[in-house]
Write a protein of this length. Structure first.
Length: 81
């Protein structure tokens, strides 16, 4: 059984706060963990995939329910060096 996803609640915060909160959670997560960012800022739909583009983490999906985004990310291995 997989552990419950880590939830990062950034509702009510504007760019760049949701991405920064997610980045903080990714920095402390173990490889293979799932993190779910909850955000109301529509820019998170653009910012998060852009932020993940350069790293080891994988965007699993983005759901939008009544203006609340649920962005799911699976953590990857931290870069060595």
């Amino acid at each position: 059984m997989s552990p419950a996803p880590v939830r990062v609640d950034a509702r009510g915060h504007r760019c760049p706060v949701p991405s920064l909160k997610l980045a903080r959670a990714l920095d402390t997560a173990a490889p293979g963990e799932t993190i779910v960012l909850i955000a109301t800022d529509p820019m998170a739909r653009i910012d998060v995939p852009h932020m993940l583009g350069d790293g080891p983490h994988r965007l699993v999906g983005i759901e939008d329910v009544d203006g609340v985004l649920r962005i799911t990310v699976e953590t990857g291995a931290a870069p060595s060096g």
